[in-house]
Design a protein around this ligand. Structure first.
Ligand code: SF4
Length: 210
């Protein structure tokens, strides 16, 4: 089953974020350059109408660990989504690669705006993430997830092995809820360990469900 990572990261957008809690309302495209990787495509730099320092860590925590890099010193995140690299800086600068033209650039920026505003809604609700939460996600690997799965390779999730599901989940390509045996009473301890390992942000992002 193919999962749309952008949708995963902006899941509550449909519930409508209050206009008063929007951090970013518009971007200005500042510069376009030829893309390094795709002939005829552009990369571009845009500037948001707000500083983004409050949301960088939250975007990192809300993203599947396999598709995000957090540069702590620069306080910036790079996402590998929508077939391109998108870097979001705390200054409000956004760098995007592999884009067809300016029309597509504006479509991408609308999606980046959703990701930022969704993260800001979480910031208003939960506050600044704890350093230990950041560290836990930095260290997260598919093995940490695999260790909490039933490890029976029953294939009920649609994958041949538990390790395959764990690896795909880390990349945002599958949901942990696909492992239905985890809901069995006999795996209660596995589920509890998994929730503790993931923490509240990743639990939601990696689709553990309730
Ligand atoms: S459903 Fe769960 S236990 Fe079965 S193979 Fe998939 S991850 Fe492993």
């Amino acid at each position: 089953m193919e999962i749309d990572i952008y949708k995963l990261m902006t899941e509550t957008k449909q519930k409508k974020i209050e206009t008063s809690s929007l951090l970013v309302t518009r971007f200005e495209i500042k510069e376009t350059m030829p893309c390094f990787t795709t002939h005829g495509y552009i990369r571009f730099v845009a500037q948001a109408d707000s500083q983004l320092d409050k949301v960088i860590e939250i975007i990192f925590l809300k993203s599947p660990p396999g598709i995000v890099t957090y540069a702590q010193q620069e306080n910036a995140v790079t996402l590998r989504i929508l077939n391109r690299l998108i870097t979001i800086f705390s200054s409000g600068k956004i760098g995007v690669t592999n884009t067809k033209d300016l029309n597509e650039a504006h479509e991408i920026l609308d999606k980046v705006k959703d990701i930022i505003n969704e993260a800001y809604a979480d910031y208003l609700k939960f506050g600044k993430p704890k350093p230990e939460d950041i560290e836990a996600v930095r260290k997260m690997s598919w093995i940490e997830i695999y260790k909490c799965l039933p490890q029976t390779n029953c294939q009920k999730c649609g994958y041949q092995t538990c390790s395959a599901l764990a690896m795909t989940v880390l990349q945002g390509g599958a949901k942990l809820a696909q492992c239905t045996p985890l809901k069995d009473l006999k795996y209660h301890a596995n589920l509890a360990r998994l929730r503790k390992t993931l923490g509240p942000f990743l639990e939601k992002t990696l689709g553990l469900g309730s």
